[in-house]
Design a protein around this ligand. Structure first.
Ligand code: AKG
Ligand code: FE2
Length: 292
């Protein structure tokens, strides 16, 4: 067993999950969601045929500072199909990245079971967990550079289709990762430039392939670099526990942007003071597009 990553076959109970979370290490639950309707049915043609004409924001090669474009889901899927069939040369299509998909197409929630979500997440999330989902659709070669999730949330990552290679680095090694703009690392873990980033030589990343049907838990502050090694559909829930929300608020004093304090404060009210979601959500909406 890798000492920085716990790998478990299948799902775990709520109690086991909470013990694992306390250990503060990433956890891979192999095949935990393989029986979900989504894992069986979601593919390009499924999304192409959804009756939906809304515009989706997609991101170009530079996820951090680059341009975004808006397109209909059908149009986006056609770009992916063309790329997969080798008809668009080397030009990789944009990345559908961090999209609040279940807010846009709520019917998709029927393909997903809320079982683990309800067992693993604090009560605050149980009713409307799907509002907090961020969705990803990608092809081989799409990469999210090394970063941690901005609000210091835990991340429950559901890999529905395809394989993503995660490079994981614990929070306590972030100072050797040459951070910029609060959450992004300058290092490319696939090809680290040790001349420029000397301290990175001391970092011990864990590389793990997360396959369709798996859940990956990344505890608060885990740095991650994510590379699609095939066509992929995934989604995550960035969520707070009682301790991570305090860490999130404290991060303001470690250099996090001012907005982060505000969003984390709303979550503090929700998780600690039990302010009902209806009072939080309207302030919280922009968080979905803010976080990345
Ligand atoms: O899947 C990806 O490309 C990025 C995932 C990620 O950064 C996240 O879930 O926070
Ligand atoms: Fe992330």
């Amino acid at each position: 067993m890798n000492k920085e990553l716990t790998i478990i076959q299948g799902a775990v109970s709520a109690k086991e999950f909470s013990n694992l979370l306390k250990e503060g290490k990433p956890v891979l639950l192999k095949g935990a969601i393989k029986d979900w309707k989504a894992c069986k049915m979601w593919d390009l043609s499924y999304f192409k045929e959804l009756p939906n004409d809304k515009l989706f924001v997609v991101k170009g090669a530079d996820l951090i500072d680059g341009e975004t474009t808006k397109m209909k889901l059908k149009e986006y899927v056609s770009h992916l199909e063309k790329f997969i069939e080798g008809k668009s040369g080397k030009d990789r299509p944009p990345y559908l990245h961090d999209v609040g998909m279940f807010n846009i197409i709520p019917e998709l929630v029927n393909d997903v079971s809320s079982e683990y979500i309800k067992e693993y997440l604090p009560k605050f999330y149980h009713k409307n967990w799907w509002k907090y989902v961020q969705f990803f659709m990608s092809v081989k070669g799409h990469v999210t550079p090394l970063h941690f999730d901005t609000l210091m949330t835990h991340n429950l990552f559901f890999q529905v289709k395809g394989t993503k290679r995660f490079t994981l680095i614990p929070w306590n090694q972030k100072d050797a990762c040459y951070m910029k703009k609060w959450r992004w690392s300058e290092v490319d873990p696939n090809n680290p430039d040790f001349k420029r980033f000397e301290k990175y030589a001391d970092v011990a990343p864990v590389v793990v392939d997360v396959e369709g049907g798996d859940i990956l838990l990344m505890p608060t502050g885990t740095l991650h670099h994510v590379e699609s090694t095939s066509f992929c559909i995934s989604f995550n829930i960035d969520w707070h526990s009682k301790s991570s929300v305090l860490k999130g608020m404290y991060s303001y004093f470690q250099g996090a942007p001012k907005q982060n304090f505000m969003y984390n404060f709303y979550m503090f009210l929700a998780i600690w003071i039990k302010v009902p979601e209806k009072y939080i959500w309207s302030y919280y909406k922009s968080y979905l597009s803010y976080i990345s």
